[in-house]
Design a binder for this molecule. Structure first.
Ligand SMILES: [Zn+2]
Length: 476
């Protein structure tokens, strides 16, 4: 499966940049902003919500200072400002005004339909069921009830396409990491700006075409680009059958435990749980009070939570992939368990992060956390908090590791399918446990309470092998 990665990165001007160049960049920016402002005003005055490509040339006044390519960038920018504004005005205000007018009988249902179409699709010209009257009425609503018109601040960033700004790799005797060539106000004369930058970008072709040039509040110039990468993650079935496998359990105590005994995200889990609880309580509270939409505070908390989990699961996934190259990661299929809340949330994030980097296989998770890795006895009471202690053979282990090793065994278990019902999984496991207990091979085992002595040979010989040789090590 092909994966793409996109991330915003930015560069800064090299501190030793020539002051004359900065001056030229400043004046370019000033003219750009002034022209975008003129174009936005032209659209508002002309009662346009959007413009087709074919209309642009005739519609906008010409710029007196910008070169034709930058003029084009500024026009597109203005159209985008106005259409974004118009869309948000429609959703937040005008839509409600139309609905109310319809309820009050001020507009007919047919006219309301036309008005909705104008707002939703930014159709600002008569035709196809929309009359000039509809457009006039829409603009009346927009003028009276739509709130403020779009405003262009002096710090509006310049949106430059590949035609007007191009990142170039450094040449010899260069002072920066990259050069940015920007068209200037003078035709055919570029400004060459030395940039220092993002440690993630080493070659100019790692970034997508087009660049956003922004002057920050503190007066720094920032050059924003999008880093793009594409790579292929092999499917588990495309790998050799002997490819190593690693079970990963998304735990309730820690974020991720592996079948070889590593625990990840232990310190993160309490922080995550606290924030998760706050979000959940706040949401429940608003539901009780009958609010349907999120409050800004809830929105902020939710995005903080998802940012937190994304960062942490990304980190863990990177770690796992680095430590286990060429490995198939085995995770539980959460859709089978129907579990909710934190675990589901954390699982989804980890699954997404891991599967974008390495082959991932999902297995039926039924009873993986309750099954003894040594004797196969299953019971809920085998497990208590973070500790696992088998009620049948006395095997002790970290509960999260037991889960991870159970998941790994499941991936090699031909008799338990992903779609099997938990009750049939339980029956299979119980049958297997009884066969094993009554097997004469059992007497050959040393009676260690830790169960380390259970070796695969015995299982394989008795014909019920589950590949548990891979779980013969205890977690550290
Ligand atoms: Zn046991």
């Amino acid at each position: 499966m092909s994966q793409t990665f996109q991330k915003s990165r930015f560069f800064l001007l090299h501190p030793e940049v020539n002051a004359g160049k900065v001056e030229r960049l400043e004046s370019l920016h000033r003219e750009y902003v002034a022209y975008v402002r003129i174009c936005v005003q032209a659209m508002i005055d002309g009662r346009r919500l959007n413009l087709a490509r074919s209309e642009k040339q005739a519609f906008f006044p010409c710029s007196e200072t910008l070169t034709s390519q930058i003029e084009k960038n500024a026009r597109d920018h203005a159209i985008q400002v106005v259409s974004t504004w118009a869309k948000s005005r429609y959703t937040l205000r005008v839509k409600g005004v139309i609905s109310k007018a319809k309820r009050d009988g001020e507009v007919s249902p047919e006219q309301a339909k036309a008005l909705y179409t104008i707002g939703k699709y930014l159709r600002d010209q008569p035709g196809r069921g929309i009359t000039q009257d509809d457009i006039d009425l829409y603009w009346k609503f927009l003028d009276e009830r739509g709130g403020r018109k779009p405003e262009i601040s002096d710090t509006l960033p310049m949106r430059l396409t590949e035609m007007t700004a191009r990142l170039e790799d450094p040449k010899e005797a260069s002072i920066g990491d990259f050069w940015l060539r920007v068209s200037s106000l003078e035709a055919r004369k570029s400004i060459w700006l030395p940039l220092v930058g993002s440690p993630y970008i080493t070659k100019a072709d790692q970034v997508s075409k087009g660049i956003l040039v922004r002057k920050t509040k503190k007066g720094f110039w920032r050059f924003e680009v999008v880093e793009k990468r594409e790579w292929v993650v092999p499917e588990p079935k495309d790998l050799p059958s002997h490819a190593p496998r690693l079970g990963v359990d998304v735990g309730l105590n820690i974020l991720a435990a592996t079948s070889d005994g590593d625990l990840y995200g232990a310190s993160f889990k309490p922080r995550f749980d606290r924030l998760y609880k706050r979000v959940r309580d706040l949401r429940a509270n608003r539901m009780r009070q009958g609010f349907r939409d999120n409050s800004p505070r809830l929105d902020a908390l939710e995005s903080k939570l998802s940012g937190m989990i994304k960062t942490e699961t990304g980190r863990i996934a990177n770690n796992l992939v680095q430590r286990h190259p060429g490995t198939v990661f085995v995770l539980e299929d959460l859709d089978l368990r129907g579990c909710r809340g934190q675990k589901r949330f954390a699982y989804r994030a980890l699954y997404r992060a891991l599967s974008s980097k390495a082959p991932v296989e999902v297995v039926n998770p039924a009873y993986t956390s309750q099954e003894c890795p040594s004797c196969g006895y299953i019971s809920r009471s085998n497990r208590s908090g973070t500790s696992f202690s088998c009620r049948s053979c006395g095997r002790k282990a970290h509960a999260d590791w037991v889960g991870a090793s159970g998941i790994l065994r499941r991936s090699e278990d031909k008799s338990i399918g992903c779609g099997d019902h938990p009750s049939s999984v339980k029956a299979t496991l119980q049958r297997r446990f009884l066969v094993k207990r009554n097997s004469p091979a059992r007497s050959l085992l040393a009676p260690s309470p830790l169960g380390r002595s259970l070796t695969t040979e015995v299982l394989v010989q008795s014909g019920i092998g589950t590949g548990s040789n891979l779980v013969s090590a205890s977690p550290p």
